[in-house]
Design a protein around this ligand. Structure first.
Ligand code: C2E
Ligand code: MG
Ligand code: MG
Ligand code: MG
Length: 293
């Protein structure tokens, strides 16, 4: 049995996160969690004139400050711990409810067609009762499945493809749409893409990073877009940081774009401010964003 100082640090780190998560989640019921917030990153349809074009939705992303010292902990560190401990189930319910609440506020402004993307862990998906809870929360918050897109990573889906398939189909039967997140990193087959009947494929940032100059990245992105369209799916590219990447993705026919170039993850109030008062009762598609840099 080996126990190096390095492993000791890792165990302490994991324990520190787990205990912090329990404290933050233990404060109250469904509705009263402490230390968590959601930020929202806008998603756009590329404009013909090189701009970000029309706002189509936003991705809800979880933020957490550890209760001990209030330091922010990145989702890359705490989500895996929440998954291993099952805490992702109550936490995911809170995320879903909070994101629905924001989606409802958007709709109450008269904006139509806005989609709120919510990340769903495979642990949540496989939890018995997940479908029933999501349906109940949706209804309680006054939303419909059309207001939501559920993002699940390709690798999570493939982890137990047959088991996940049933849960996906149950939610699809209720009208939920799925996006396959981080696509291109999880070795899925075309057959599975078809089986999951997702509505969107999210092209992983690692491929966007290589655009426009790296040939391999460009060819992969072009192939994923062509294949997705052939199967009737729309494509979203994540992690766009430069105008050259945006131009390249528009040229390749990518349907939607998301990244720091167009907007960082932002608090709800800032998201609402993106929806100018003059469009409250008009089509959201008239909203233009100015892309700088
Ligand atoms: P993801 O779902 O692939 O989310 C995209 C991540 O890329 C986010 O990181 C976002 O802030 C970041 N990002 C967006 N645009 C850019 C860009 O232009 N450049 C760079 N460098 N990064 C960009 P974040 O918020 O740290 O989240 C990391 C991952 O944690 C997410 O990846 C998702 O898998 C997971 N996650 C976040 N919130 C939730 C949640 O509520 N539930 C679950 N189950 N997972 C979540
Ligand atoms: Mg995502
Ligand atoms: Mg992603
Ligand atoms: Mg990613």
């Amino acid at each position: 049995h080996f126990f190096t100082p390095e492993i000791g640090d890792r165990v302490r780190d994991r324990t520190w996160i787990e205990e912090g998560l329990r404290v933050s989640l233990g404060v109250g019921g469904d509705d009263l969690v402490d230390g968590f917030t959601l930020v929202y990153q806008p998603q756009y349809r590329p404009g013909a004139d090189g701009t970000g074009g029309a706002l189509m939705g936003a991705e809800a992303l979880l933020r957490w400050n550890h209760p001990e010292d209030l330091s922010p902990v990145s989702p890359a560190r705490f989500i895996p711990v929440a998954e291993e401990t099952g805490l992702i189930v109550p936490l995911g319910d809170w995320v879903f409810r909070t994101a629905c609440r924001t989606a409802r506020k958007v709709r109450d402004r008269g904006v139509s067609g806005f989609k709120m993307a919510v990340n769903l862990s495979a642990v949540q998906l496989r939890d018995k009762g997940c479908g029933d809870r999501l349906r109940r929360i949706l209804e309680e918050e006054g939303c419909t499945p059309a207001d939501i897109a559920l993002e699940i990573t390709e690798s999570a889906l493939m982890g137990d493809a047959e088991g996940n398939l049933q849960a996906v189909h149950d939610l699809r039967a209720s009208g939920f749409r799925f996006a396959i997140d981080d696509f291109g990193t999880g070795y899925s087959s075309l057959a599975y893409l078809r089986k999951f009947a997702a509505a969107y494929v999210k092209i992983d940032k690692s491929f966007v990073d290589g655009l426009p100059d790296d040939d391999a990245s460009r060819q992969i992105v072009a192939a994923v877009i062509a294949m997705s369209h052939h199967l009737g799916l729309e494509t979203i590219a994540e992690g766009i940081e430069t105008q050259a990447q945006l131009d390249c993705l528009r040229e390749l026919g990518c349907d939607f774009i998301q990244g720091y170039l167009l907007g960082r993850p932002m608090p709800e109030a800032q998201l609402m401010a993106l929806m100018a008062p003059e469009i409250v009762s008009a089509e959201i598609a008239t909203k233009q964003v100015v892309v700088s840099g």
